[in-house]
Write a protein that binds this ligand. Structure first.
Ligand SMILES: NC(=O)c1ccc[n+]([C@@H]2O[C@H](COP(=O)([O-])OP(=O)(O)OC[C@H]3O[C@@H](n4cnc5c(N)ncnc54)[C@H](OP(=O)(O)O)[C@@H]3O)[C@@H](O)[C@H]2O)c1
Length: 244
């Protein structure tokens, strides 16, 4: 059986790092990007025919359907799925949260992947095999103030993990999540040094999470030998907790 990996958000620092470190596990890799074409093209250049890249704005329902049609046309039916997309967070009081922003976060974070899974899950069920992993955040264990839209979206995604895990476990589809504390990637380029230091100080290991910490957890959860762990949210918080 060909092993096909789909990385939604392959252009993210963490997505690109996972592909570079673990591509040998897969026969085919499909990676999506939205604005960072350069990163996606670099991956394509490095991996050649093994890698397919696709520009996908997950905020558009018709784009999701166009992507699903692309997978069907190419007979690409990934049974390994890594989900990474998210918009940069905004620090705001809950009373200032605009409903448009919340709707967008939920659309990008949750609604779009549920729509895409309508295409992916039937094939996984037929094969009786699937591994799906989501990237959440340590806020799902240790909520912090002034990030309500981000928090609500990640919790909704955790709901998706639980719902999918319980429903598809009989078909040997394992669905899990990884929840790291702050990682030094471009995702947090607008976060002030003060906040970064505050997070760092609350970890017992006295450092932020790294992309390597996170991709090792993906590798474990996406492993074909993981036949028992499902519906879990693996916390990577350096032994600490963030108090708001
Ligand atoms: N960095 C942290 O401190 C931290 C901590 C915990 C969890 N996380 C989670 O890690 C994930 C992102 O990883 P990262 O830190 O490596 O950040 P990143 O490089 O900024 O990644 C964000 C990803 O989301 C994609 N994206 C944004 N808007 C999109 C849209 N409308 N449609 C499709 N894709 C879209 C981006 O695509 P393009 O770049 O191509 O536009 C990119 O691949 C997020 O889920 C985030 O919540 C990050």
């Amino acid at each position: 059986m060909d092993r096909c990996l789909l990385v939604l958000g392959a252009s993210s620092d963490v997505g690109a790092a996972y592909i570079r470190a673990y591509h040998e596990r897969y026969d085919k890799i499909v990676g999506t990007y939205y604005t960072n074409k350069e990163q996606a093209e670099r991956l394509k250049e490095e991996l050649g025919r093994k890698m397919e890249i696709f520009c996908l704005n997950m905020l558009q329902e018709e784009e999701i359907d166009r992507f699903a049609a692309f997978l069907r046309e190419r007979a690409l039916f990934p049974e390994y799925v890594l989900h990474l997309p998210a918009q940069k967070t905004e620090m705001k009081r809950a009373e200032e949260l605009e409903s448009g922003r919340l709707r967008e976060d939920l659309e990008l974070g949750v609604v779009s992947i549920m729509r895409l899974l309508r295409t992916l899950l039937p094939h996984m069920q037929e094969k009786e095999f699937g591994r799906i992993c989501f990237l959440l955040s340590s806020v799902t264990e240790h909520p912090i103030a002034y990030q309500s839209s981000y928090l609500i979206t990640k919790y909704a995604l955790l709901g998706a993990v639980k719902a999918l895990a319980v429903e598809y476990a009989p078909k040997k589809i394992m669905v899990n999540a990884v929840s790291p504390s702050m990682m030094d990637t471009k995702f947090i380029k607008n976060v002030s040094p003060f906040v970064k230091k505050k997070v760092l100080d609350t970890t017992a290991v006295k450092r932020l999470a790294t992309v390597d910490d996170v991709i090792r957890a993906f590798a474990f959860l996406l492993d074909e030998k993981n036949e028992y762990m499902t519906g879990e949210n693996l916390l990577l918080a350096g032994g600490g907790r963030i108090n708001s």
